[in-house]
Design a protein around this ligand. Structure first.
Ligand code: ADP
Length: 398
């Protein structure tokens, strides 16, 4: 069964076409810089295409993807039985992936106030696909869903309770599809049941978050109402004293939009190094450039603080897992963030750590009580799997 997975950002669409349940990737690609003077279309499948063209909106982008699939991989549109859409914010309402009906669209729209930078684009993709693939089952997979198992002590902010009741201000958490995927994979590797494992999952990509997974369920996570809280990221500050924001507003007379730009786009690795938000550019300067070294050391220090606190939260920890572009490819971050934790039963094997780059592997020493793994994330496959299951439930077997 062919399942298409769509991930719409503000000016991009990423897609992957799978044959399920075999989990075979048939083709993948992206449309980038949508709405700009020149957009870029990339397609990798039976043919490989990289070309510049003008794509005005998400619907046009999806049409281009559909036509390219028709030319190369499928005979008709109906061959694609399900489309899984990544949706960033599902609020408290969506605890898992769900078949998209009118009601669901309305609710995703209602949650847009919680993720104004993301949900409207996700919806544009959904609406585009519903028009172009009218007979295909559409499924929404929420970044927040995995975290809906968090207890109140984790997700409430200690501000007046009425702010939660009236305005739904609370921690929601993100990257849920990735945290869930690597937590389940860890259980498989360790030969344990999916609800029989405690794991600390570190998703370190452009955005970074860490989750305490207790008995297979999210118990606490570092991102909050928005993806700005928690770890230091490429361009985002992560945790900060809220007083800094008040001082910027009242003491420095900065506008809210300026503060948002600073905290989301000008901070993190980029803000401290003053050079780049990307480890590929920073690593060659580590130990040579003072601010770059500081930025990376701060990044690892914040991560270590969270790992330590989640070890305390969970008590018994089976494994610590690294994923995402940084987690998979940067041994330095793994080594520094787990340095001197031997007393807590975390012993990294420095040689194995250096070997495991961009692939799955165990990087702890035999005698480490807590296993340490690198597991490449595959959010799209997880969404494809959920979509496949929902399609199977909604189309009776012949
Ligand atoms: P996203 O969060 O957008 O999915 P990724 O998970 O691909 O992004 O992470 C992107 C980040 O990962 C880059 O900004 C860079 O810091 C880091 N990264 C990716 N590949 C490498 C690599 N080969 N070496 C070092 N860092 C890498």
């Amino acid at each position: 069964m062919k399942i298409l997975v769509i991930n719409c950002g503000s000016s991009s669409i990423k897609f992957k076409l799978f044959e399920m349940p075999e989990e075979n990737l048939i083709s993948y690609g992206s449309v980038e810089k949508i709405g700009e003077e020149i957009s870029i279309f990339k397609y990798f499948g039976k043919v490989n295409i990289v070309k510049e063209m003008k794509i005005n909106n998400h619907e046009q982008g999806i049409e281009l993807i559909a036509n390219t699939l028709l030319e190369n991989e499928i005979k008709n549109i109906e061959e694609i039985k399900g489309i899984g859409h990544r949706v960033v914010h599902g609020g408290e309402r969506f605890t898992g992936s769900i078949k998209i009906e009118e009601e669901v669209i309305k609710e995703i729209e209602q949650h847009s106030f919680l993720a104004p930078l993301h949900n409207p684009h996700n919806l544009a993709g959904i609406k585009g696909c519903m028009k172009l693939f009218p007979h295909t089952v559409q499924v929404a997979s929420f970044d927040t869903a995995f975290h809906t198992t968090m207890p109140k002590i984790s997700y409430l902010y200690a501000i007046p309770y009425s702010f939660y009741e009236k305005y739904k201000i609370r921690k929601y958490g993100f990257h849920g599809t990735s945290h869930r995927y690597v937590a389940r994979r860890t259980a498989e590797i360790m030969g344990k049941g999916k609800y029989d494992i405690n794991v600390i999952t570190c998703h370190l990509g452009n955005g970074c978050s860490i989750t305490a997974v207790k008995n297979g369920k999210s118990y606490d996570t570092s991102m909050g109402l928005t993806p700005l809280e928690g770890l230091i990221m490429g361009t985002r500050s992560g945790d900060i004293d809220p007083g800094v924001i008040l001082y910027c507003l009242e003491g420095l007379n900065l506008k809210p939009s300026e503060i948002s730009e600073i905290l989301n786009k000008k901070s993190g690795l980029y803000g401290i190094s003053e050079i780049s938000n990307d480890f590929r550019n920073l690593l060659p300067l580590y130990g040579k450039n003072e601010k770059v070294t500081l930025a990376i050391d701060m990044f690892c220090y914040r991560l270590k603080k969270y790992i330590g606190s989640y070890m305390a939260v969970l008590g018994k920890v089976d494994a610590i897992v690294f994923t995402g572009g940084i987690g998979e490819n940067v041994p330095l971050v793994r080594e520094k963030s787990l340095e001197n934790l031997e007393i807590f039963g975390v012993i990294i094997d420095k040689d194995k750590n250096k070997e495991i780059v961009g692939k799955e592997g165990e990087i702890s020493k035999e005698e480490s009580n807590i296993k340490i793994f690198v597991i490449p994330t595959n959010e799209e496959l997880r969404i494809a799997f959920d979509t496949y299951q929902i399609v199977r439930e909604s189309i009776p077997e012949k």
